[in-house]
Structures are given as structure tokens and as C-alpha cells.
Design a protein. Structure first.
Length: 81
């Protein structure tokens, strides 16, 4: 008789270091945002584009703005919600 390999009841899910069980289809924990295996896979980089003053992108970067019913200071670029 051949030995039977152990079965994986989690369906390939992995346990994050915070204790959260993460679906196998995800490479990052939704609770603490740690990457599977500790580090994110490389291979891609976001190239920063040079912003020139003569380009009108329609955004008033020096003015406060509203999102989700709250006033957000101009210094912030994300609402956080």
C-alpha cells in the first residue's frame, strides 16, 4: 500500500501572520495588507511622469475638495474612505 498524501481542507488558502485566513486567489491579506510570503513580487514599476505647469488636467490641486460628504484639505490626494 502506498502512503496517502495529507489533504488540504483549506482549498489552498493561506494563513497570514496576523492570523487571518486568506483565499488562495489573493496574494495580499485583506486585514493587515501583508503580502503572501512576506514580500510583493517584483517585475513591475510605476514610472513617475514629470508634471509640467503648462498642462491643464482640469484639477485644482491648490484647493480643498469634497468626497464622501467630507471636506478634504488640498494637501491630501486621497479621501481615506
Amino acid at each position: 500500500a502506498h502512503p496517502v498524501p495529507p489533504t488540504d481542507d483549506s482549498g489552498g488558502n493561506w494563513m497570514c501572520q496576523c492570523g487571518n485566513e486568506v483565499p488562495a486567489t489573493k496574494s495580499r491579506c485583506g486585514k493587515c495588507h501583508h503580502w503572501k510570503g512576506g514580500k510583493r513580487k517584483g517585475g513591475w514599476k510605476i514610472k513617475m511622469t514629470e508634471k509640467t505647469d503648462d498642462v491643464d488636467d482640469g484639477i485644482a490641486w491648490d484647493q480643498d475638495w469634497s468626497c464622501c460628504g467630507e471636506l478634504i484639505p488640498a494637501a491630501k490626494k486621497r479621501c481615506g474612505s
